[in-house]
Design a protein around this ligand. Sequence first.
Ligand code: SF4
Length: 333
Amino acid sequence: MASDSVTLGMPTLGADRDLLLAAPRGYCAGVDRAVITVEKALDLYGAPVYVRKQIVHNKHVVQTLEDRGAVFVEELDEVPAGSTVVFSAHGVSPAVHDDAQARGLKTIDATCPLVTKVHHEARRFAREDYRILLIGHAGHEEVEGTSGEAPEAITLVETVADVEALSFPAGTKLSWLSQTTLSVDETMDIVDALRDKFPQLEDPPSDDICYATQNRQLAVKEISEGSDLMIVVGSANSSNSVRLVEVALEAGAKASYRIDDVSEMREEWLEGVEKVGVTSGASVPEELVEGVLSYLNDRGFPTATAVHTAEESLIFALPPELRRDLRKAGQPV
Ligand code: SF4
């Protein structure tokens, strides 16, 4: 762990008070790529550019892109034939790709490459006749997309309690996969319960919970112990943000709240509070965190000290179909 001071907001003297800032926090490589994809598509093709589902689960990001001409839709039947549609970072099932083709839509797939990796694993396990236990949350877009790769082979498991109800004929080959944005500890509890019940269970070749989710959870653990309050900036439908609140509480934070932005901060949360930690989910622009830090500085908390638990340098190339069109137009990719 390393720490340094960051100059965000005007420091105010607060002798016994401490303000810690998790690092890493905020944008991951997959979110960055997805947002830039929509921005570049708007520049290249002009508005409107349609986006199926929220490009990333953050209402501020969605609003900003809407202001620039992106049109967010739930399903492809809302997109006029011949239009350009971007698929979100959470991924889509093959049926959605087929539907887009049948409707004559031009598609740009902004699925995070780490989600695409899980899709590949699902297809491979299904091809090799495995029954796949997908650990994740029902109804989440990523789970719908991954399940769609091999619907007849996949069973969703949400909790340890779900494991008890599972049964398979003797000799069934079993493997597990997971949503990329789960709590690492909770997922391992479910895997342990699965392995206890099904000793033949095979692991995926690598972790599905992505580096960004893991790093943000580790950083939150580091600053939550002994803290009176952990603020997590992120939207309610952001799985990784919601998990950060849970991880903070498990790691010892006395209280933790998720907020979309500083307008949701409450004065009463700060009553009797000395040590505050702040972090943000993987789809959160940094200016939203800066707003929270300024709010705390204005109320007597000192300049935030960043606590570094990992360095991140991963960058993903833009989707190939967009790079091709940018090159054709003589624009940088
Ligand atoms: S949270 Fe992980 S899987 Fe999701 S977009 Fe970011 S890097 Fe990709």
